[in-house]
Write a protein that binds this ligand. Structure first.
Ligand SMILES: C[S@@+](CC[C@H](N)C(=O)[O-])C[C@H]1O[C@@H](n2cnc3c(N)ncnc32)[C@H](O)[C@@H]1O
Length: 254
C-alpha cells in the first residue's frame, strides 16, 4: 500500500468509503440487457462505446468498480478482465458475478500498473474509472502497453468544459462561469472529500495519445435526452442540454 502513488492511496480510501452508495446502481446495471452510459444513463445506441464487435476479443476494464461494464462485455462474447483499486467496490462486483452466474477475473490493483504482459488485450475501456481517477500520463501509457497493435481504447469521463465550470461546493451544480484556469489543468482535488481526479485540456489528451502510440478516432460530446434524470447534483439537465458534461474518447493503438 505504501508504495502506491499518493493519489492512488487516497482514491482507494475514498472509494472504499463510497462503495456502499454504488450497490443499488450495480444491481440495476448488472440486470440490464442493453448498456446505458454515464450519469444520465444514455443508451448505447446514442453513445457507441461498443461500436466494434468484441466477440472472442480480450478486453480489460480499467477501474471497473462494480464491473457492470465488464459484465456487458462478457455477455457480448469477450474474454474480460476487470481491475479496480477498491476492495469494497470489488466485493460488490464479486457478489454480482455470483448472482448473475457470470465469471471473469477481477484484480485488485492500480490501473496505472496492471500485472499482465504487454499486448495482452484487443480492447480497453473505462467509464469514469481510471480515466478520471488515475494519472493520465501513467494509465494511458499502461493502456498502450496492454493493447495489441490495432487494439482500441474507449473511455467516458467528465467533459473538459464541466471541469472548468464545476462548483467545488458539495451539492451545488455547475454554472455557466469558468471557475478555474484551463492552462495547467491536470489534477483536481475537491475540498469535500479525499478523492483526486484528473482532467486534461483536449490538446493535452491528443498529445499524450500521440506520445503513447495511439491515433485519435473520435471525441464524442454527449447530450442527454430531454427526459433524462441523474442522481448526481453537480450538473443540471438544463446545463447538460446546452453544453457537453460528458465526453467519449476513442483511440487506436498503432
Ligand atoms: C465511478 S467508479 C467507475 C465504475 C463504474 N463504471 C461506475 O460508473 O460506477 C470509479 C472506480 O474507479 C476506481 N479507481 C480509481 N482509481 C483507480 C486506479 N488507479 N486503478 C484502478 N481503479 C481505480 C475506483 O476504485 C472506483 O471503483
Amino acid at each position: 500500500m505504501n508504495e502506491l502513488p499518493e493519489h492512488v492511496r487516497r482514491n482507494r480510501e475514498q472509494w472504499d468509503r463510497w462503495a456502499s452508495e454504488y450497490v443499488a446502481a450495480a444491481e440495476r446495471h448488472w440486470a440490464q440487457e442493453s448498456p446505458t452510459w454515464g450519469i444520465w444513463g444514455i443508451p448505447e445506441s446514442e453513445v457507441g462505446m461498443f461500436t466494434e464487435s468484441i466477440v472472442d476479443k480480450d478486453a480489460i476494464e480499467l477501474g471497473c468498480g462494480t464491473a457492470y461494464v465488464s459484465a456487458w462485455m462478457a455477455r457480448r462474447g469477450a474474454r474480460v478482465v476487470g481491475i479496480d483499486n477498491s476492495t469494497e467496490q470489488l466485493a460488490t462486483a464479486h457478489r454480482m458475478q455470483r448472482q448473475h452466474g457470470i465469471d471473469f477475473p477481477l484484480l485488485h490493483g492500480n490501473a496505472e500498473a496492471v500485472p499482465y504482459p504487454a499486448a495482452s488485450f484487443d480492447f480497453a475501456i473505462s467509464e469514469y474509472g481510471a480515466c478520471l481517477w488515475a494519472d493520465p500520463q501513467r494509465w494511458v501509457a499502461e493502456a498502450a502497453r496492454l493493447l495489441r497493435p490495432g487494439g482500441q481504447l474507449v473511455f467516458l469521463t467528465n467533459s473538459y468544459l464541466l471541469a472548468l465550470c464545476a462548483s467545488d461546493i458539495d451539492g451545488v451544480a455547475a454554472t455557466n462561469h469558468l471557475l478555474r484556469p484551463a492552462f495547467g489543468m491536470n489534477r483536481i482535488e475537491w475540498p469535500t472529500d479525499l478523492g483526486v481526479e484528473f482532467h486534461l485540456p483536449h490538446g493535452e489528451w491528443i498529445r499524450l495519445f500521440n506520445r503513447c502510440g495511439f491515433d485519435v478516432e473520435d471525441l464524442g460530446e454527449l447530450r442527454p435526452p430531454q427526459t433524462a434524470t441523474t442522481r448526481y447534483p453537480f450538473v443540471t439537465l438544463e446545463w447538460a442540454r446546452q453544453w457537453p458534461c460528458e465526453e467519449v474518447w476513442k483511440v487506436r493503438r498503432r
